[in-house]
Every structure is written in C-alpha cells, then in structure tokens.
Design a protein around this ligand. Structure first.
Ligand SMILES: Nc1ncnc2c1ncn2[C@@H]1O[C@H](COP(=O)(O)OP(=O)(O)OP(=O)(O)O)[C@@H](O)[C@H]1O
Ligand SMILES: [Mg+2]
Length: 425
C-alpha cells in the first residue's frame, strides 16, 4: 500500500491532463506567451476559485510544459515572502545566477494573508508585481475579500469553476484503473455528487474507501458519508486503533478520524496505560506517540507532508506497540476509555481561568493596555506584594491615598460653598 496521497500521486503534471478548465488554460497560455514575446499584457494573474479545482496544479503544470522554473511559495508565510522578494530581485539583475531557464513566480493562497498581523504583505506583493521581471501567478479562494481589493486592481482576474460531474468521474475512473481498484460507475457517481466539484476531496474519499475495501460501490460511498458522525467520536477512533489487527485498519482509523489531531493524541495517551497490560508495551506506545506529537508540531509549521507520519505513528505505531499482536497471542480487551485528563483539568480550572481573564480585563481597562500585558507585566508585581502581606496600618496608608484625595476634594467643595455664600451676603 502506497502512503502517498492519491491526490498528490495523480496530480496532473501537464496542462493537457488538467480537466475541465479549458478556457483558463488558453488564457494563461496566451498570457505567458505575451511575456515570452517581451510584451506582457499583464504582469500578474490572479486565479480565483473554490478549493480543489486545480489552481495550484495549473501553475505547476504550466511551468512544467514551458520548461520553466517555478518559484513557489505560500503567500501567507511572510518570512518566505521576503525570501522570494530577494530572490526575485537577484534574479532580475543577474539572470546567470539562475541558469538560462525562464521562471514563473507563484504566490499561492493570497487570501490566507492576515492583513492585520501582516500589514506589510499586500503592499510588498504589489511592489513585487510592479518591479517583477518574471510572470507572477497569484491564487485565492475568495478574491472578493476586502483585503484583496488592491491586488485585484493590479492583476488580471481569472475565475476557475468547480469541476463538473463528467470530468470528475473521468478523473476518478482514471485513478481506479491505475490503482487496480474495482470501481462501480454508480459508486464513482456518488463520490462526484458528494464532492461538489472539489477534486481533492473526491480523490480523498476514493482513496479512503479503496484502501480498505479495494472496490468502490454506491453502498460503500453512502455508508461512509452516513458514517461521518462516527469519525467525530473519539471513543470509536480509540477502539479502532487499539483493536486493529492490520496496519491499514489502524491507519484508516487515524486518518479518517475527524477528532482534532492534537486532541486525539491526548486521548490515545490517556488510554494507553488502560489498554496495554505490559509495561514495555506502554513504554513503546508512549514512545511512538511522543514522536507523532513532534511530527505534528513540524507539520503545523507548514510542512504538511509530515502529517502522513503522524498518522502512521499514532495509528499503526500505537496499535502495534502491543507485542502480543506480533506473536499472534493478542486478544481484544474491553476497557472503558477515559477522557483525557487534560480536558478535566481545563474544566476544573475553568473558574480560575475565567477569574484571571476578568481581572486582567479590569486592569487592562484601567491601565489602557492589553490583557496580555496585564497578565504578564502587572500581575507579577501584584503577586510579589499581595495585599495581606501589609500590616493594617500600612494598608490604611495605601488605601488612605485615595481617601486623602477624597477629603481634599471635599474640602475644596466646602471652600467653594463658603465663598458662594459669602458673595450672597
Ligand atoms: N482540474 C483538475 N484536473 C485534474 N485533477 C485536478 C484538477 N483540479 C484538482 N485536481 C486534483 O486535486 C488536487 C488538488 O488540486 P489543487 O491543489 O490544484 O487545488 P487548488 O485549486 O489549488 O485548491 P486550494 O484552493 O485548496 O489550494 C490535485 O493534486 C489534483 O490531484
Ligand atoms: Mg492550492
């Protein structure tokens, strides 16, 4: 069984393999050729469309077809944006540095830019578009996001539509054939129905059914879609992982689970000592789970390919930490799974966390600072000198500062009254 996701394994390498986007391809080709003729009609194009319709794929396939180098980056990663800017600058001044190949710059997912946290990113992209010596492709899911208004003005907008049912079926059938999966046309049709034009989603459904059953029927698709709630249930996922007899069962349980991955790791961790009898098994279980957690951290930093190892480790890795599974003496042991104590802890400490938040909001309001600042900078002082450390006399003085000013105010008012009454007389 290949671990590669089929949506990646079977992504079109060439524009000719991209389904259902004929007009987009033609428009892009003539745009790129205008660049090659030295008279670009636009410096940048903005591919706009829903997820999984081929935006990223088309950019990559086009670079491949024209034998160009693709400088690819996710636009929401602003640190990389600086890299690309400097590469683009260097590339435009000294082309020999990069060989003779032409290049295309791809800024993927520009709507992922957080315009508040990353105020400089959009202006930086606009500058890049103005100065660029290379064609730039931008992609977005929702180009009508207000933060993209300026980008819309400097790039040519090209809309991609959702994949129709016929091209979607064609695409799925091709994969079935290549993977030698028995595919029932009705089953493929059912996937095309539920995926609503998102090819990545459709291929993922196909793979998750085919890897377990080696065939795709309408019943299985309907079953899977109906079973969707089951995948949200951590107790079911735990049982499927711990009781898996085969590698693929444990992996399917981990990949199809819709429980948040981090939370799932906590669930597994809580229940390993309950499920496993042998201390060495427990040790091995925690060991692989720890590694899963490290890979998950890395994946979340942007290296999403690593997610594959997270599934391997927390699925089959945990399932086969139990040595009796390897020598055939394993028996299913029914245990009542526990909630992660982390979840308990969070609910137990809810009151004090709420109190901390409301106290910090009060301080933040009085001091015109953020609640973070209140917690990190003011609270430590207040904790060093809690009020009950002071003697009653000292407390009087501390509180008296207020009273003193109160009495002063009172005195002033009295004086004013006196003056007024004197004037009247
Ligand atoms: N038009 C298409 N023809 C063939 N395969 C496609 C097409 N569109 C998408 N796919 C398949 O779906 C996968 C995901 O497509 P891609 O990454 O290009 O989507 P996207 O439009 O960039 O989505 P997102 O907005 O989520 O980034 C591809 O790897 C490919 O396998
Ligand atoms: Mg994409």
């Amino acid at each position: 069984m290949s671990h590669l996701q089929w949506s990646i394994k079977y992504r079109p390498r060439s524009l000719s393999e991209v389904e259902n986007q004929e007009e987009v391809k033609e428009e892009l080709k003539s745009w790129l050729e205008s660049w090659m003729n030295g008279k670009p009609n636009y410096k940048a194009v903005l591919l706009n469309g829903p997820p999984g319709v081929g935006k990223t794929t088309i950019a990559e396939a086009m670079a491949h077809d024209y034998n160009m180098e693709l400088l690819e980056m996710n636009a929401s990663d602003s640190r990389r944006l600086n890299d690309v800017k400097s590469i683009a600058e260097k590339a435009s001044t000294s082309s020999s540095l990069f060989g003779e190949k032409g290049r295309i710059i791809l800024l993927d997912e520009v709507d992922g830019i957080n315009s508040r946290q990353d105020a400089g990113a959009i202006p930086a992209i606009i500058d890049l578009i103005e100065e660029t010596k290379f064609p730039i492709i931008l992609t977005a899911n929702n180009v009508w996001d207000p933060s993209l208004r300026e980008l819309r003005n400097v790039a040519k907008l090209i809309d991609l539509k959702r994949l129709g049912k016929i091209p979607m079926k064609k695409l799925l059938e091709r994969i079935c054939k290549a993977e030698k999966v028995i595919c029932d046309p009705k089953g493929i049709g059912a996937i095309a129905d539920v995926s609503e034009g998102d090819a990545r989603y459709a291929i993922n459904i196909l793979q998750s059914i085919a890897e377990v059953y080696r065939r795709v029927t309408e019943d299985l698709v309907k079953e899977l879609v109906r079973k969707k709630e089951r995948t949200l249930d951590p107790f079911e996922t735990l049982r499927d992982i711990f009781w898996a007899k085969f590698f693929w069962q444990a992996r399917a349980a981990a990949t199809t689970s819709e429980v948040d991955y981090e939370l799932l790791i906590r669930w597994i961790s809580e229940n390993i000592p309950l499920q496993f009898q042998d201390m060495e098994d427990v040790f091995r279980g925690f060991d692989v789970l720890g590694k899963a957690s490290i890979f998950l951290r890395r994946a979340k930093l942007g290296d999403w390919d690593l997610l594959s190892y997270v599934f391997d480790l927390m699925g089959p890795g945990v399932a086969f930490a139990e040595s009796s599974k390897l020598n055939g003496s394993w028996k299913a042991k029914w245990v009542k799974y526990q909630f992660p104590s982390y979840v308990h802890l969070m609910s137990k400490t809810k009151e004090s966390r709420d109190a901390l938040r409301s106290a910090s909001e009060k301080i933040a309001k009085a001091c015109h600072c953020s609640t973070d600042k209140a917690i990190n900078e003011y609270f430590p002082f207040m904790r060093v000198l809690p009020l009950d450390e002071f003697s009653p006399q000292e407390l009087k003085v501390i509180k008296g500062i207020e009273r003193e000013s109160e009495t002063k105010n009172g005195e002033r008012q009295q004086q004013r009254k006196n003056i007024r009454s004197r004037k009247r007389t």
